[in-house]
Design a protein around this ligand. Structure first.
Ligand code: SF4
Ligand code: SF4
Length: 443
């Protein structure tokens, strides 16, 4: 029986990790379909940004209450990996509490073990209640930012599904440790006496009179249940907004160092401007077809695509967006979701067909409307608010650049300004030669 269980464990583990690896690799490849972008920052800047923003959750604390709730879940996620490690060791070696077996004769290590598992139980109990609060916030209290139009359907289900996963993970932990403790109290030799942990000692005591066969069954259900949920979660991540659990780290590592909202100059345009001001300047020949801005996901940089996959759909950007607040159609969160959805949908076909790929649609217009793009005031509030350093504005600017420079699709007032800039090198309708005329009145 034990050998069957061990073989099953090995097969399930290797199979799940293989499937998950393939999916994560696919996302990595999708991000790399984006245009090159050089992130001009030092290693120190990158590490600091990752440690403060992703690991330290610095930006989360702008809104205190949800920050603490989120922190509880985050700490629980990190710390339960220790118990998971013991489950994996036990699974591969057909043992039970192998780590405890190894250290139980060394008092200091035994104390650390008990303290660690006890802390896992305490934080798991806290997380149980926090998860319920998160569910209530979405279902009963209907927090405004979770109920915007882009959150209907799958995004709402995804958020609730993951919260249900968390509740199940916690229940399985307590079932496993409670039944384990009850079996220890019954003197079952297979279950080494760890002494009671913070919560499960009470559960174990209350279950100590149950038949040992039932307790072993419960312990196994808890053990397998917790592990299977972890594997399901791992394979579910690539389809969920919870992918940010992993991608927040590389995304903050590659934070753009330049001031928020700074637009990248286009070398061809810069050369034209230089030629305007300096007759001797000869702009280099442009090779190939020129394209300004982005009309589809492959025209965006890899960093913008990584941003899209990292988006947690928290809606803090949309909440802060003045355009959204004043009832306009723009939601920076939707910009990120649309970009990720479009990428996910077309990447497989694009990888096969390359530049010949054409499904008759594009990000600009079919997914993100021109009305949304025009509503952006470039105020940077979305960039400032994002807890994982995402810039919806970069995507908006690239799409808008394409709309204006390739399609000449801008409001009439803007076109007048553009014409003036081109002809008069200023937004006004005066010749550059008349620029100092106002000084004549002073003399
Ligand atoms: S930069 Fe644009 S999208 Fe972002 S908050 Fe401001 S108006 Fe909204
Ligand atoms: S872009 Fe940032 S702030 Fe906006 S929904 Fe995504 S993670 Fe949240």
């Amino acid at each position: 029986m034990l050998i069957v269980q061990t073989i099953l464990f090995i097969v399930v583990t290797i199979g799940s990790f293989y499937i998950a690896f393939k999916k994560f690799k696919e996302i990595y490849d999708n991000v790399n379909l984006g245009k090159p972008e050089h992130i001009n920052s030092t290693l120190g800047f990158r590490l600091k940004s990752m440690l403060l923003v992703a690991f330290g959750q610095k930006k989360m604390f702008k809104i205190t209450f949800p920050a603490f709730l989120h922190l509880a879940i985050y700490v629980a996620f990190l710390i339960t990996q220790i118990e998971l490690l013991e489950i994996i060791i036990d699974g591969f070696t057909a043992g039970h509490r192998r780590i405890f077996h190894l250290i139980h004769n060394i008092p200091a290590l035994k104390f650390i073990y008990k303290f660690t598992i006890g802390s896992i139980e305490a934080i798991s109990l806290l997380t149980f209640f926090v998860t319920i609060i998160f569910i209530l916030r979405r279902t009963i209290f209907k927090i405004a930012r979770f109920n915007k139009p882009e959150m209907k359907g799958w995004p709402a289900k995804d958020a609730l599904l993951i919260l249900a996963f968390e509740l199940m993970l916690i229940c399985f932990i307590f079932m496993m440790n409670g039944a384990d403790r009850a079996l220890q109290l019954q003197g079952n030799h297979h279950y080494i006496d760890t002494g009671g942990f913070v919560i499960s000692k009470y559960l174990g005591a209350s279950m100590a009179n149950l038949p040992s066969g039932l307790l072993v069954f419960m312990e196994r259900v808890g053990w397998w249940g917790h592990y299977i949920m972890v594997l399901v979660f791992l394979n579910y991540l690539p389809y969920s907004k919870h992918l940010h659990i992993m991608l927040a780290f590389p995304n903050t590592f590659f934070t753009r160092p330049e001031p928020k909202g700074e637009m990248h100059n286009m070398p061809t345009i810069m050369n034209e401007v230089k030629a305007m001001f300096d007759d001797s300047f000869k702009a280099p020949e442009v090779e190939g077809e020129m394209q300004f801005g982005a009309k589809d996901v492959f025209d965006l940089s890899w960093k913008s695509l990584l941003d899209a996959y990292t988006c947690t759909e928290c809606g803090r950007c949309t909440d802060a967006c003045p355009a959204n607040q004043t009832g306009k159609k723009l939601s920076p969160r939707k910009i990120m979701m649309d970009t990720r959805d479009r990428m996910t949908e077309i990447a497989p076909a694009y990888k096969e067909q390359g530049a010949a790929f054409n499904d008759g649609k594009q990000l600009l217009g079919d997914y993100i409307s021109k009305e949304e793009l025009r509503a952006c005031t470039t105020c940077n509030a979305c960039v400032e608010e994002c807890p994982v350093n995402i810039s919806p504005l970069s995507i908006i600017l690239e799409l808008r650049r394409n709309m204006i420079m390739e399609e000449a699709d801008a409001p009439a007032e803007w076109n007048a300004i553009f014409a003036n800039l081109e002809n008069n090198q200023a937004p006004w309708q005066f010749s550059p030669a008349d620029r100092l005329k106002w000084t004549e009145e002073l003399s």
